[in-house]
Design a binder for this molecule. Structure first.
Ligand SMILES: [Zn+2]
Length: 291
């Protein structure tokens, strides 16, 4: 190559790499909510879930994302904190409007609903539910965060994230240690406080009483660490089981306590592949206080 053509080649390469750099940088800074969501779903490694509840609940999919907040519930307080952090995409585990499918027919004239929705539209926020896909991750992303929070990684069975063999303890002692992890609410418990136990299953969220009962039938399960259940279902089954002298118990942590750490895990997981946007976890904590 002649010196002149080397010079032109050099200029050409420099120009092209400069152009590429410019394009990458621009893309990273102008990702839309829809693009970020597609990237998150891709990274879960899950197959496409038909009829998923993981859809945009409010906001324009073409909104350019300024920052991401992960949370358990997009409460009004969490929304305000997100705006203060200049984040406009909320990645939320649970519904926005008080029922599983976010059906708002009944709420069209409801002042609470209208005020919340106005806040979202006034601040041009995008709310995306991340429920089915995070539970489809292997291991389950919510359970991964819970194992971390409980500090039970060394007690997990064969790499599972919901089966644990604890050093033998009593129900009462287990409750005392859980109170250190979840200090804000009391637990609902059915079982004998002196019950000796070792095999614990995590049943995060609200999987339904038939799932709870199936777990309690398993002879390798002493105690279930549950989220929530209607009190006329699992609770009454468990009361009869205890009356029959069965060495079992169930601890209801509350739905939020049983899953929220999963959305904390979610924020650190997102930071692994979303480098150019700020990502925060905001805790909503329990909705109620206990007396
Ligand atoms: Zn869940």
């Amino acid at each position: 190559m002649k010196p002149l053509s080397i010079f032109f080649s050099f200029m050409f390469i420099t120009f092209c790499s400069g152009l590429n750099w410019g394009q990458n940088s621009q893309t990273a800074k102008t990702m839309t909510a829809q693009q970020v969501i597609a990237l998150i779903i891709k990274n879960t490694g899950a197959n496409t879930i038909p009829n998923t509840v993981d859809v945009i609940k409010e906001g324009d999919p073409q909104t350019v994302v300024t920052g991401i907040v992960t949370c358990m519930f997009a409460t009004l307080d969490v929304l305000k904190q997100a705006v203060a952090k200049n984040c406009n995409l909320l990645v939320v585990h649970e519904p926005l409007y008080y029922n599983h499918l976010d059906d708002t027919k009944q709420l069209q004239n409801d002042p609470v609903f209208l005020e919340k929705r106005k806040f979202i539209t006034d601040h041009k926020l995008v709310i995306w539910r991340f429920h089915d896909y995070i539970h489809s991750m292997r291991p389950d992303g919510i359970e991964t965060g819970m194992v971390e929070k409980l500090g039970w990684k060394n007690y997990t069975v064969k790499g599972s994230t919901n089966q644990f063999v604890l050093p033998e303890t009593t129900l009462n002692e287990l409750l005392k240690s859980l109170k250190q992890v979840f200090p804000k609410n009391a637990f609902y418990v059915v079982g004998n406080p002196d019950l000796k136990l070792s095999n614990v299953r995590l049943a995060a969220g609200a999987p339904g009483s038939s799932a709870h009962i199936r777990l309690l039938e398993d002879k390798n399960v002493d105690v279930i660490l549950a989220g929530e259940s209607p009190q006329w279902e699992t609770y009454e089954y468990m009361r009869d089981a205890v009356a029959e002298g069965r060495p079992k118990a169930i601890i209801f942590l509350g739905h939020i306590n049983s899953e929220e750490a999963g959305m904390n895990f979610c924020s650190s997981w997102l930071k692994g592949f979303i480098k150019d946007l700020p990502v925060y976890f905001i805790e909503c904590g329990p909705s109620f206080w206990s007396f």
